[in-house]
Every structure is written in structure tokens, then in C-alpha cells.
Design a protein around this ligand. Structure first.
Ligand code: GTP
Ligand code: MG
Length: 316
């Protein structure tokens, strides 16, 4: 479906000049419909009431061209059931996930250093490129690397294992240096890439930049608000572009009065609510363990073993 340029949108009481300002931020009506009026007003530098009219018009336009949003329960169940899945390349993990990573959902993987989060991200950046009959989505990926650990040579190694030719060609890498840059990329650059066939959005890690930038108690509320802003955008894209979202997270030790510190994912309620499925990754002797922490479809505590070799993540 060809996208509709913003300037073709008819909004009563809003002139061409305003629409041109909007178009500098967001090119197509289909993406405009994802905005909130406040976000649009701020990014495009226009008045809030105009932004509200524009967003409303964009949503009306999208609804009329793709059909309503109200489903019968049975129909909706069918839609959920029929969603495409993405293989992780590890049988045990795919089984735990109920077939693989599902489009529309946000997957969070939290763990200590060396628990395999980044390796997992590399692996699915490759498997997403596989055709559906091999468990992929025949799509591209965007890798948002906030920690500077993306490794082209690792992608090539994994690509060889899965017989994906030139795996780096279907992969975009973003290396934002601060939260502002990260938000700008996500809000303004991602739509263009998503229209080019991105089916997987990775953020490794979701917390690093925020922790570095918003230090101390008095910054906590602001930090949480900004993380929420980012994750909310990723969720909108996942729905609109039938994509999988994968985020990694660090863990915190929460001291308890009787001694043994409890390990919990960083980021508090905001990340907890934004993630559809949450997992812990940790070492378990020679192998590594992926354990469900919270999910609407997977039992808490259910787990899968895997190992990391030169070929990537593998079954034990
Ligand atoms: P942090 O980002 O530091 O929190 O850790 P992480 O969870 O992202 O860990 P990561 O996925 O980077 O690493 C997990 C393990 O993979 C490490 O212990 C590495 O030794 C191992 N690893 C990475 N590359 C290779 C490789 O090319 N070959 C093999 N055999 N192991 C590798
Ligand atoms: Mg890492």
C-alpha cells in the first residue's frame, strides 16, 4: 500500500504552511496517526489545538482506508493466533516461547553481564532475514546499540550458520550517544526504515543511556517518563508494522533485610508494563538459562537451556 503524503491531508482550519511544518517531522499520514497531539506540537513547533486536529484527521483517514478497529472476540482471537513467529535458532527457547517471538509483542531479556543478551540480539537479527518456511520473517532488522557492543563479525559468523547471504545488508545499526538522539531516531527515522521492510526492532540495552543521563533520586521521575516515551513508540510501531520488539535490560541487586540480595530487572514499573514478555538470562554451570519472569502466555519460572558457541546460541 502506497503511503499518503501529509500535505494531501484535509484538515479544516489548518493551512498549508502548518502541514508543511508537520511534514518536516513526519512524511506520511499513516505515521502521523501514531502521534499524540502533544508530541506533534512539540516536534513540529505548532499550536496544540492545531496538532490535535491534524492527528484526529490522520487517524480518521487511516481508519477509513484500512477499516475499523473493533473486532468480534472470536475474530480477534483468530488474528492473535495467526500472528507470524520468528525463530531464535534455539529449539528449546522457541518451545518456551510457544513457537518463537511473535509480531506485535515486546520481549525483554534481562541479565547480568555475559548472560547472552547481546548474543541473542545478534542471532535474531540474522534469523529475521530467513524466509518464513525456515522460521524467519523475510525481513530486515534495526539494531539500536546503546552500549557499543554490536559486532559485524559476529553477525557474519551467525549468518554463515543459517546460510543467510550478506546478513549485514539487511540490517540497520543505530548508535545513539544520548537519550535525545535516541528519541529523535526512533520518532523521526524509524518510520522510513520500517516501510523498507523492517520486522525486528532491537534495543540493546534499553536502560544504559537513561542511567547515565538521569542520575540521582531527583531525576528518577523524569527518567521513567522518558523511558516510557520511547517504549510507547516502539509498541506503536510493532502494531502498525507487524514487527517484533526485543529489548535488553540490566539487573539490579535489591538488598533484603535477611541477607541474600534479590536480582530484579532495572527500570521499574515502566519497563515492566511496556514489556509483553519478560525473561531473565543467567549462567547455570556450563550452560546458560533463559527463565520466564512475567508473561501472559508463558508460566513464570518456565525455562530453557542454551549455550553460546562460535556459531551463536545453540541448544545444549
Ligand atoms: P552485558 O552486555 O555485558 O550485560 O552482557 P551480555 O548479556 O550482553 O553478554 P553477551 O551476549 O555479550 O556475551 C555472552 C557470552 O558470549 C560471553 O561470555 C562471551 O564469551 C560469549 N561470546 C561472545 N562472542 C563469542 C564468540 O564469537 N564465540 C564464542 N564461543 N563465544 C562468544
Ligand atoms: Mg550486552
Amino acid at each position: 500500500m502506497k503511503p499518503t503524503p501529509v500535505r494531501e491531508l484535509k484538515v479544516s482550519g489548518v493551512g498549508r504552511l502548518t502541514l508543511e511544518k508537520v511534514e518536516e517531522v513526519v512524511k506520511y499520514v499513516e505515521d502521523l496517526a501514531l502521534f499524540n497531539p502533544e508530541e506533534l506540537a512539540e516536534r513540529a513547533g505548532i499550536e496544540l489545538d492545531k496538532a490535535a486536529s491534524i492527528v484526529r484527521a490522520a487517524r480518521r483517514f487511516v481508519r477509513s482506508s484500512v477499516g475499523g478497529r473493533v473486532y468480534r472476540g472470536s475474530e480477534y482471537a483468530h488474528i492473535l493466533e495467526a500472528r507470524e513467529t520468528l525463530t531464535t535458532g534455539v529449539k528449546a527457547i522457541d518451545e518456551l516461547l510457544g513457537g518463537g517471538l511473535k509480531v506485535w509483542d515486546v520481549y525483554e531479556f534481562a541479565g547480568e553481564f555475559g548472560s547472552g543478551k547481546t548474543q541473542l540480539c545478534h542471532q535474531v537479527s540474522v534469523t529475521v532475514q530467513l524466509p518464513p518456511e525456515k522460521g524467519g520473517l523475510a525481513g530486515k532488522a534495526v539494531y539500536i546499540d546503546t552500549e557499543g557492543t554490536f559486532s559485524p563479525s559476529r553477525i557474519k559468523m551467525v549468518g554463515e550458520r543459517f546460510n543467510v547471504e550478506d546478513p549485514l545488508d539487511n540490517l540497520y545499526v543505530v548508535r545513539p550517544l544520548n537519550v535525545d538522539e535516541l528519541e529523535e531516531v526512533v520518532v523521526e527515522e524509524l518510520p522510513k526504515l520500517l516501510r523498507e521492510g523492517i520486522r525486528l526492532i532491537l534495543v540493546d540495552s534499553v536502560i544504559a543511556l537513561y542511567r547515565a543521563e538521569f542520575k540521582g533520586r531527583e531525576m528518577l521521575a523524569m527518567r521513567q517518563q522518558r523511558i516510557n516515551y520511547l517504549l510507547d513508540w516502539l509498541k506503536r510501531y510493532a502494531r502498525r508494522y507487524r514487527s517484533v520488539v526485543v529489548i535488553t535490560n540490566q539487573v539490579l541487586s535489591q538488598p533484603v533485610p535477611w541477607g541474600i540480595a534479590l536480582k530484579i530487572p532495572a527500570g521499574g514499573n515502566i519497563i515492566a508494563h511496556a514489556s509483553t514478555h519478560r525473561f531473565f538470562m543467567r549462567r547455570a554451570g556450563e550452560a546458560l538459562l533463559l527463565e520466564c519472569f512475567d508473561s501472559p502466555t508463558i508460566a513464570r519460572g518456565a525455562s530453557a537451556k542454551f549455550q553460546i558457541t562460535d556459531r551463536g546460541l545453540e541448544d545444549v
